[in-house]
Design a protein around this ligand. Sequence first.
Ligand SMILES: *[C@@H]1O[C@H](CO)[C@@H](O)[C@H](O)[C@H]1NC(C)=O
Ligand SMILES: *[C@@H]1O[C@H](CO)[C@@H](O)[C@H](O)[C@H]1NC(C)=O
Length: 723
Amino acid sequence: MSRIEIYVYIFLSLLACSSVIATVSYDDKAFIINGKRRILISGSIHYPRSTPEMWPDLIQKAKDGGLDVIQTYVFWNGHEPSPGKYNFEGRFDLVKFIKVVQQAGLYVHLRIGPYVCAEWNFGGFPIWLKYVPGMRFRTDNHPFEVAMQGFVTKIVSLMKSESLFEPQGGPIIMSQIENEYGPVEWEIGAPGKAYTAWAAKMAVGLNTGVPWIMCKQETAPDPIIDTCNGFYCEGFRPNRPYKPKMWTEVWTGWYSQYGGALPHRPVEDLAFAIARFVQNNGSFFNYYMYHGGTNFGRTAAGLFVTTSYDYDAPIDEYGLVNEPKYGHLRDLHKAIKQCEPALVSSYPTVTWPGRNQEVHVFRTRSGACSAFLSNYDTTYSTKLTFGNAQYDLPPWSISILPDCKTAVYNTARINSKGSDAKMIPVNGGLSWQSYNEETPSADDSDTLAMEGLGEQVNITRDSSDYLWYLTQVNIASDEPFLKNGQLPLLTVFSAGHALHVFINGQLSGTVYGSLDQPKLTFRKNVNLRVGINKISLLSVAVGLPNVGVHYETWNAGVLGPVTLNGLNEGTRDLTKQRWSYKVGLKGESLSLDTISGSSSVEWNDGSLLVRKQPLTWYKTTFNAPEGNVPLALDMLGMSKGEIWVNGVSLGRHWPAYIAQGNCGGCNYAGTFTEKKCQRGCGEPSQRWYHVPRSWLKPSGNLLVVFEEWGGDVSKVSLARRTV
Ligand SMILES: *[C@@H]1O[C@H](CO)[C@@H](O)[C@H](O)[C@H]1NC(C)=O
Ligand SMILES: *[C@@H]1O[C@H](CO)[C@@H](O)[C@H](O)[C@H]1NC(C)=O
């Protein structure tokens, strides 16, 4: 037996032991489903980033766009919010999502992880995981491996019990263990290697009957397939000659951050990258994202990832097709599928007929022939002679000839019309009421007191973005500033991500970290009086980190030092004195976002409505606009906070303006990166916030906004998304 045959034999034997019939396997060319090699076109749609009511339409659009496979991560912190207490309801109804894909006749690639990165809060890990004694994430660590195995086994068992793996008649043809672990393993060395070996063995031992992959990990142990993630992957080679060449993340755009420009990847470059991958033996590619969707609630990851996860994907955040991206890729898929018989049963013969020209011909013994003609010149078009004909190729483009004669597609020639997406305001203003959030102080009864400053997440366990740090300072009557007017200087160092400082209940100032630097410093002269002064610091987290070696050790909140300068004694260090803590806002504990909670307090309206004040709650009710066009809230005029509709969080709002000059040119040919072709300079990073139709009743919908900083609520309005 050849090495390949031995391998296939071992693989089949493994499957035989688990008493399922092997119908999914692979060889060096491709995935093999029911004995047939397949070119598989896949797209990422993450189920919690839309609603179950949107799933059938999204998946139908994916199918109409020429996809064979839907890929999704599995979101551990959504499914196991506390140890052993599982949630598979609503947006987290994973089984339902997979069945919707199955009903559409598509396959599933299930990326169990359970580390998922994904710009998702804490990379998908539940916060309680960090507090399991002895825990170290993603390394050769027993508590971590026990927890990871528990969750992966739970998911695999659930899939098996619903007969969702392909050998059981289900749609799942492949799974993923871990995620982009290669760079971490490389950095941490031996414990990383041991962990990889453990994870691979654990996963394979679950006998799913379908292959496992590990993406961005050259060391993936057999039989696990290592795969590529990136903007381009034509040069990627799997780590063994008997594994297929797969691209698990073709980046269709990029995520956006508050204050960051809006990423855009031109579809010409995307189509070019894919055609180039396929002509170089690639047989599986997956769009990350095909539909990006929305980071509802507080699911967006740390460091300012926006509530919108649109990603410039072929289907936009609202579920509408993003043209010409969607149509141009659909046409590409059609052309590739016409080549499938030749692609799966031959290797390309490569020739170079002219400068910057390249020709790949796939010719089978049975007579099938398909060709890819490339022009790698980034500036000039070219005339390429192939067979007895001449072909015109625009710069940086590939033509596809399924029969080696007719160019049915060129990656740079777009036939689909661009879509002109618009937000149309819904008529009729909203009538608002306001409620002032209280500023607590250290002597309140419902606070937790301790000596010194505590780390924010340790105290909140991420139950809220907000943590109050409360203390008092006593000012003697002989302090010089009382006479000379030179107010004392308060300095507060925070690990992030935002801070509002109140002195005796009055806002003294606000500081935010930046995209590159979450740490921040507040430094300001503050107005103190003789006797006891209340210092109340509201520290705000904007999501937990989702990436980086041992990101579980990263801190948030006021870790100090906190000092007062300009007193008789010089500098007074407040860092180690007694501090009291209050987790979350009063409005959160009263559930002001719900109908019953919101009627528990007195709201102001009319002339008493509060405007442009920090820490204010607003509420209104509205009727669902007619029809079923997607809806959004226009938050222009507001500053930062969170939005709820009928008690469900739409996400954090923060229109944060994008600095002029952040949007560079769009000369992508050859080297696209997430920094190129960005848009939106001079505008807010995110002005509109998706309001899913299915969250609304015909009338009397409760809309609640918490505003941290101060905004003009009269400017908030509903809009319809149309193309
Ligand atoms: C395609 O795969 C074959 C077999 O591994 C290899 O010899 C050849 O170089 C590959 N061609 C390209 C263009 O990558
Ligand atoms: C975490 O917070 C608790 C109080 O909630 C405190 O007793 C403990 O010392 C803190 N641990 C760390 C590591 O900061």
